[in-house]
Design a protein around this ligand. Structure first.
Ligand SMILES: NC(=O)c1ccc[n+]([C@@H]2O[C@H](COP(=O)([O-])OP(=O)(O)OC[C@H]3O[C@@H](n4cnc5c(N)ncnc54)[C@H](O)[C@@H]3O)[C@@H](O)[C@H]2O)c1
Length: 412
């Protein structure tokens, strides 16, 4: 068994759709790999799993197929490589056709409204739901003869989950599930728990705080399963985490940083609900204070503009103070295709999580911090320093595997 699988939570959403279409495209020669960090020469020594061998699957609570999602995406966002849709139409099996019904426990009204088909949403006690998700993973892995399955949360952003004392330990999490305390979890918790119990790495690409609870992390450490999150860093926050350190290094005082985000896709629609938006705003806004060491006036706005579809526009206005108190400003506009920015990073994370799993590294993976807006267990918020952590990780592995080379370079 050599192949690796990705099971996505939210398999019919935009990001998952582009992951599936991207995998199909990568199997053709000549597909453009820009945007995939792990295709940089830096990663050559790691012998990561080839992306063209990754098998796609997942769960969703909506009706549909991945092929329909790719068609829908292509019809409004004219950015897929020419000919790709026709090739996929000719051989839809390449996309990954198995999409399991999902769970939507305690996800809030906006997400409940998506799961309109009862056959797409599983019901039952928490114990039953977790057991069903574990069975999905186990059988899918067996059917496709997969060495490892990485579970990636790409579902709609949930409302934040309030902390509970039982969240603190793995035993507390078991008690929540055994006593069917659905008020103390959300669907994201159940997917993460099921993945870890099945020994599968879990990546939380969403801002939802329900998957990587402290007790879930403890279980991942004990099981030797890599986990990381939260919230993929693909656009405005990526630029913020590069620019903010510049003000610090030049001793320019940031007085105010206001960012306005216009999103057109279903993610934007879900985030237009105040309870779902809270988690996203917290994770976008948290970066500044961590970098600057003080909290300037700041604002993060998110508006849904349906006609933009997958395009995302961020306009940021930064007001700062320099020598003798002079006030100046910087503005930037970031415009991109949300899912084409996100999907290659999802593939990077699958490859790096599978690699960490192969090495037996369980629990949080701080070397992956640069991929996230709110990297769990990492205080460093500056992008370059976060990327340096990944460089150091690779250098450490190279040195480990080649101790003679290290000794030679150390003595020169
Ligand atoms: N696109 C980006 O650049 C980016 C960056 C960072 C984070 N994210 C996050 O990634 C997630 C996915 O983004 P998207 O643009 O693909 O969103 P989307 O709205 O297109 O897709 C979300 C999918 O999740 C499904 N879903 C919702 N709840 C589910 C559940 N409990 N179980 C199974 N499926 C469920 C929905 O039916 C939908 O198909 C969002 O949370 C978003 O905030 C995206």
């Amino acid at each position: 068994m050599t192949r690796v699988g990705i099971l996505t939570v939210g398999a019919l959403g935009n990001v998952a759709t582009i992951v599936a279409a991207g995998l199909a495209a990568l199997r053709q020669s000549g597909a453009q790999r820009s945007g995939m960090v792990t295709e940089l020469p830096l990663f050559t020594p790691l012998s990561l799993c080839p992306p063209e061998d990754i098998v796609f699957g997942g769960w969703d609570i909506r009706d549909g197929t991945v092929l329909q999602s790719v068609r829908g995406f292509a019809s409004v966002n004219h950015v897929l490589p020419p000919g790709l849709l026709a090739e996929i139409e000719a051989d839809p099996e390449r996309l990954g056709t198995e999409i399991f019904p999902g769970v939507s426990t305690n996800c809030g009204a906006a997400i409940d409204a998506l799961g309109t088909s009862p056959s797409r949403v599983r019901c039952g006690s928490l114990e039953t739901l977790v057991a069903t998700l574990q069975q999905d993973i186990r059988e899918w892995r067996r059917r496709h003869a997969l060495r490892t399955v990485v579970v990636v949360n790409l579902a709609s952003t949930e409302p934040p989950l309030d902390p509970h004392s039982l969240h603190e330990t793995a035993e507390g999490m078991e008690e929540i599930i055994a006593r069917n305390r659905s008020d103390a979890v959300r669907a994201g918790t159940l997917y993460a728990w099921a993945a870890i119990e099945e020994g599968c790495p879990f990546i939380n690409f969403t801002p939802s705080n329900s998957p990587l609870l402290p007790g879930v992390l403890r279980r991942a450490e004990v099981r030797g399963v890599p986990v990381m999150g939260d919230d993929g860093k693909t656009g405005e926050t990526l630029v913020k985490s590069v620019l903010a350190p510049m003000f610090g290094c030049r001793n320019l005082t940031v007085l105010s940083w206001s960012g306005y985000n216009l999103l057109g896709n279903m993610d934007g629609e879900i985030l237009s609900h105040p309870e779902n938006r809270t988690g996203k705003i917290t994770s976008k806004d948290g970066v500044l204070g961590g970098i600057l060491g003080y909290r300037p006036h700041s604002h993060v706005g998110i508006d849904s503009v349906p006609s933009l579809d997958d395009q995302k526009i961020a306009w940021d206005f930064i007001h700062f103070q320099g020598f003798l108190g002079a006030r100046m400003s910087l503005q930037f506009v970031w415009q991109g295709f949300d899912s084409l920015l996100a999907a290659p990073l999802v593939l990077d994370l699958v490859r790096l999580a599978e690699f960490a799993h192969r090495r037996g590294d369980g629990g949080l993976q701080p070397q992956l911090a640069s991929f996230f807006k709110n990297p769990k267990g990492v205080d460093e918020a500056r992008f370059n320093e976060q990327f340096g952590m990944l460089r150091d990780y690779i250098a450490g592995i190279v040195a480990e595997e080649n101790p003679a080379g290290r000794a030679a370079s150390g003595s020169s």
